[in-house]
Design a protein around this ligand. Structure first.
Ligand SMILES: *[C@@H]1O[C@H](CO)[C@@H](O)[C@H](O)[C@H]1NC(C)=O
Ligand SMILES: *[C@@H]1O[C@H](CO)[C@@H](O)[C@H](O)[C@H]1NC(C)=O
Ligand SMILES: *[C@@H]1O[C@H](CO)[C@@H](O)[C@H](O)[C@H]1NC(C)=O
Length: 379
C-alpha cells in the first residue's frame, strides 16, 4: 500500500479548485435549531460533554494491524454518529470517507456516509480530487462533527467520496483516510483534523505519537496530545523537519554492512504511516539487492536472514538501524525484502519513504509544536 499523496497532482488540484474558507462553530447550532433539536441536544451534551477527558487533552486511538501491511482505526462522523475505519496517514492531509453519492464498487463494498442522516452536516459545492501512490478518489467537501479517539471536532471539513475508481479501494479493509500531514499539501485547502484539534485546544500538547506493532493484530495506537513514556525508555532523538508538507527530514547517508550505499551527499526522507514498505530510488534498491544476495524480485533465502546486516539510516548525526528481521517480510515460508523502488527527485536530493517497515522499529512522535520528528528505538 502506498497512500502517499502525489504532490504533482496536488499542485494541479490547487489550480482547479478554490480554497474554501473555514466555517466555524456556527453551523452545529444553526442546523440543530433548524431541526428544532437544539435544546435537547444541549441537554444531552452539556457544554463540555466529557470535561475530564477533554481537559486532559490526551487520548489514544487503538489501531488494528492488518497483516503488518495496513493499520487503521475507527472514527465517527455526524449526529447521530456514523462509524468508519480509516488509515491514519502521515503522508497526506485530507480526511475523506465513501458517501452515498458514490456507486463505485469500492464504495458499495464499504460503509458510506449519508449526510441526510446527520443533523449536524453542512454541505458545500467544493470539489475534491486526490491521487495517492495507489488509488485515487473524487468527491465533494462537507462539514460535520468528527470524533477521533473520543475527541470531538466540531465543523471538521472532510471529503464525501463520489467516485473511487479502480481496484485498490475495493479491497482495502478500511473505508477512508485521515491525513495527518501539513495543511500545505491538503487538497482543496481543507483544514486537516489535527490542525483543528490544535486550534480548538483539544490536545494538551501539539503533537501525536504512533506505535505500530509487528505480527500482532492489536497493540498499535496513535496517541493524541502526549508521548507515552513506556515507549521511550531508549531516549528520544529529535530531528528538525526540512519541509512542512509531508513529515519530511534530511538524511545524511544510508549504509549497509558499514558501507555507504546510497544518499552519500544527503537526501530527503518522509516518515509515512500510509506506506507499508521502505521506498527508495530504484538505483538504491538494485544496490541493496546485490549486497544482500537477493534475487532481482527481492526474494531471499529465509535461512540466511539472521546473518544479513542492518540497513543504517544516518539522520541528524545519529544512526537509525533497521535490522533484517524488520526489513525481511516472511510469508508462507518465503522471504521477501520489504523495499520498493520509486524515483521522486526533490530540490535537495532523492526522496526516500520510511514506511511501516521503519516505523515498527521506532516509536515516532510527530511534533507540531516545534516541527520535529522524535524517534525512540523500540527494542
Ligand atoms: C469487499 O469485497 C470483498 C470481495 O467481494 C470482500 O472479501 C471484502 O470483505 C469486502 N470488504 C469490505 C470492507 O466489505
Ligand atoms: C450549491 O449549488 C447549488 C446549485 O447551484 C445551489 O443551489 C446551492 O445553494 C449551493 N450550495 C452551497 C452550500 O453553496
Ligand atoms: C521539540 O520538542 C520536544 C518536546 O517538547 C523537546 O524535547 C525537544 O527538545 C524540542 N526540539 C527542538 C529542536 O526544539
Amino acid at each position: 500500500m502506498k497512500l502517499l499523496l502525489l504532490l504533482s497532482l496536488v499542485a494541479l488540484g490547487h489550480c482547479l479548485v478554490t480554497r474554501i474558507p473555514l466555517r466555524r462553530a456556527k453551523s452545529l447550532r444553526q442546523s440543530l435549531r433548524e431541526h428544532g433539536l437544539l435544546e435537547s441536544y444541549l441537554k444531552q451534551h452539556p457544554y463540555n460533554p466529557a470535561a475530564k477527558y477533554f481537559s486532559i487533552g490526551v487520548s489514544t486511538e487503538p489501531l488494528e494491524n492488518y497483516l503488518d501491511d495496513e493499520y487503521f482505526g475507527t472514527i465517527s462522523i455526524g449526529t447521530p454518529a456514523q462509524e468508519f475505519t480509516v488509515v491514519f496517514d502521515t503522508g497526506s492531509s485530507n480526511l475523506w470517507v465513501p458517501s452515498v453519492y458514490c456507486s463505485s464498487p469500492a464504495c458499495r463494498n464499504h460503509s458510506r456516509f449519508n449526510p441526510a442522516d446527520s443533523l449536524t452536516f453542512t454541505s458545500t459545492n467544493d470539489s475534491l480530487f486526490i491521487a495517492y501512490g495507489t488509488g485515487s478518489m473524487t468527491g465533494v467537501l462537507g462539514y460535520d462533527t468528527v470524533t477521533v479517539a473520543g475527541i470531538e471536532v466540531i465543523n471538521q471539513v472532510f471529503g464525501l467520496a463520489e467516485t473511487e475508481p479502480g481496484d485498490f479501494f475495493y479491497y482495502t479493509p478500511f473505508d477512508g483516510i485521515l491525513g495527518l500531514a501539513f495543511p500545505s499539501i491538503s487538497s482543496s485547502g481543507a483544514t486537516p483534523v489535527f490542525d483543528n484539534m490544535m486550534m480548538e485546544g483539544l490536545v494538551d500538547e501539539n503533537l501525536f505519537s504512533i506505535y505500530l506493532s509487528k505480527n500482532e493484530q492489536s497493540g498499535s495506537f496513535i496517541l493524541f496530545g502526549a508521548i507515552d513514556p513506556w515507549y521511550t525508555t531508549n531516549g528520544i532523538n529529535w530531528i528538525p523537519l526540512s519541509a512542512e508538507t509531508y513529515w519530511q527530514i534530511t538524511m545524511d547517508s544510508v549504509s549497509v554492512g558499514g558501507k555507504r550505499i546510497a544518499c552519500s551527499f544527503g537526501c530527503e526522507a518522509i516518515v509515512d504511516t500510509g506506506t507499508s514498505l521502505l521506498a527508495m530510488p530504484n538505483r538504491a534498491v538494485s544496490t541493496i539487492l546485490r549486497i544482500l544476495g537477493a534475487s532481482s524480485s527481492g526474494e531471499i533465502n529465509c535461512r540466511a536472514v539472521s546473518k544479513l546486516p542492518s540497513i543504517v539510516f544516518r539522520i541528524n548525526g545519529k544512526a537509525f538501524p533497521v535490522p533484517p528481521k524488520a526489513y525481511v517480510i516472511e510469508s508462507d515460508g518465503y522471504c521477501i525484502l520489504g523495499f520498493e523502488g520509486m524515483d521522486v527527485p526533490t530540490e535537495s536530493g532523492e526522496l526516500w519513504i520510511l514506511g511501516d517497515v521503519f516505523i515498527r522499529e521506532y516509536y515516532v512522535i510527530f511534533n507540531r509544536a516545534n516541527n520535529t520528528v522524535g524517534l525512540s528505538r523500540l527494542s
